[in-house]
Ligand binder design. Structure first.
Ligand code: DGL
Length: 258
């Protein structure tokens, strides 16, 4: 059973990508909608919440943890790996690697929460892969609440995206990392604003590929036999969470209380 957590419903884009690539795997999801967003909180608080989220997943049968959240991946990965004796995958490394692989100009933009951008983790990851690449990052703190609210096509959201992407306008980037798992819900608006010459890198999809590769390369990878189950827990189940979850999966999904 693969355990995935996020601060809210954004990590469902990770769950959806994993479901598409690994349809025979059982998934257990925990979204901490009661305490979202994480990206505006201190590293200490994000680490504390992340440890509890992982504990919940492990107590409920997860054998591997995917941190379906850039903010938690940025600051809590080491703590989770130190605390738990299961593989812990994070979203930053796979997205940075993909961006370095596809960028021709070596000029990469990153948008994410304040926690992710302030951590400097994407600059470090990209710099370690190619020190000549230039990275331009912009925190976009209002986007997570807008997605959690279901405002994914609103005019107001378009205006906020325009404002956030403005500093990247003259940077001649050819690649833009969606450094938050909520942002795939805003992909059409972000792509329209960035222009079609800019390739968007989706951290949710990249971590799913990385997980698939790791499961294939593990000699003792436990193939789950029998019934495949998907359980989605949210710490606060709201009507908008229901709508967004169904939109992400393209079908009605059952939401459970922990
Ligand atoms: N989906 C989380 C991320 O990838 C959002 C964090 C938040 O709640 O601010 O960063």
């Amino acid at each position: 059973m693969i355990g995935i957590f996020d601060s809210g419903i954004g990590g469902l884009t990770v769950a959806r990508a994993i479901e598409s690539l690994l349809p025979n795997r059982s998934l257990l999801y925990f979204g901490d909608t009661a305490r979202t967003p994480y990206g505006t909180k201190s590293a200490e608080v994000i680490i504390d919440y992340s440890l509890r989220n992982a504990e919940f997943l492990l107590e409920n049968g997860a054998k591997l943890i995917v941190i379906g959240c850039n903010s938690a991946s940025s600051v809590a990965t080491n703590s989770l790996r130190a605390e738990f004796d299961v593989p812990v995958l994070e979203v930053i490394g796979p997205a940075a690697a993909k961006a370095v692989a596809v960028s021709v100009s070596g000029r990469i933009g990153i948008i994410g929460t304040r926690a992710t951008i302030n951590s400097g983790i994407y600059e470090q990851s990209i710099g370690s892969l190619n020190p000549d690449y230039k990275v331009f990052s912009v925190p976009c703190p209002l986007l997570v609440p807008l997605v959690e609210e279901g405002w994914t096509t609103r005019q107001e959201t378009k205006m906020i995206i325009r404002r956030y992407l403005h500093p990247l306008k003259d940077k001649r980037i050819d690649t833009l990392i969606l450094g938050c798992t909520h942002y795939p819900m805003l992909k059409p608006l972000i792509q329209a604003r960035s222009g079609k010459r800019v390739t968007l890198i989706d951290s949710s999809v990249e971590v799913a590929y990385s997980l698939r590769d790791q499961l294939l390369s593990l000699p003792d990878s436990p193939e789950e036999k029998g019934i495949v189950e998907h359980r989605i827990y949210l710490s606060d189940i709201t009507e908008s969470a229901r709508v967004i979850a169904s939109t992400i999966f393209g079908r009605p999904v059952e939401l459970l209380s922990p």
